[in-house]
Design a protein around this ligand. Structure first.
Ligand code: NAP
Length: 190
């Protein structure tokens, strides 16, 4: 006997927490509140990976989006400023509240992922609970004031990689790596 059917795309498990980040060879991810490179094709990758999903973002990174919510995604901004209001975005006062809101949104949208899109402060507070990392390794060594830590191979295993030569609007080539938490780590995390 079969049970009631679920709408197509309804995730049966809790949504995965996916950190999406672009990192230079020296670990730099930001400079002066902005990205320290111009990589137009990588921006398209970012859009594709995050499209249709809840996106958790720190207030400083949100301001780098020209103060406009990313279209096609539920923007969930984390700030300690309880008075902050952002038209078109959900404002939360803790990382836990942001992830809770993102879980609800992912279930409503019928998507399996929550995208955590930085910056450094937000990555540092979410990586311990992340299920997956989507890391663009940028072939540059720019100056910068914000970094992402090296990825610990005892915690993360690479499950996919693609190489990209610099396109006409890219400052450098890059590779995109997908990591999943090692199975032993998943057991420890649950
Ligand atoms: N290369 C990449 O993939 C990438 C991705 C994202 C960002 N970036 C870069 O990273 C830089 C920004 O990173 P960042 O680390 O400086 O800032 P951030 O993580 O974007 O935002 C930090 C802000 O988030 C809020 N916040 C953090 N933890 C919180 C908590 N537990 N509870 C409530 N609010 C909390 C605070 O906002 P309030 O100050 O409002 O309280 C804090 O100032 C920029 O240069 C950006 O371009 C790079």
């Amino acid at each position: 006997m079969s049970g009631p059917s679920l709408p197509v795309g309804t995730p049966l498990q809790r949504p995965r927490i996916v950190l999406v980040v672009a990192v230079a060879e020296n670990g730099v991810i930001g400079q002066g509140g902005k990205l320290p490179w111009r990589l137009k094709s990588e921006m398209r990758h970012f859009r594709d990976v995050t499209w249709g999903k809840p996106v958790v973002v720190g207030r400083k990174t949100y301001e780098s989006f020209a103060r406009k919510p990313l279209p096609g995604r539920t923007n969930i901004v984390v700030t300690r400023d309880r008075a902050l209001k952002i038209p078109g975005a959900l404002v939360t006062s803790s990382v836990d509240a942001a992830l809770d809101a993102a879980r609800g949104d992912a279930l409503r949208r019928g998507v399996g992922d929550i995208s955590v899109v930085g910056g450094a402060d937000i990555y540092a507070q979410t990586i311990a609970n992340a299920d997956r990392l989507v890391v663009t390794r940028v072939k540059l060594r720019p100056g910068g004031d914000t970094t992402f830590p090296p990825i610990d191979p005892t915690v993360w295993r690479e499950i996919g990689r693609t190489d990209h030569a610099a396109g006409p609007d890219d400052e450098a080539g890059y590779s995109i790596h997908v990591y999943e938490r090692q199975p032993t780590e998943i057991a420890r995390n649950h």
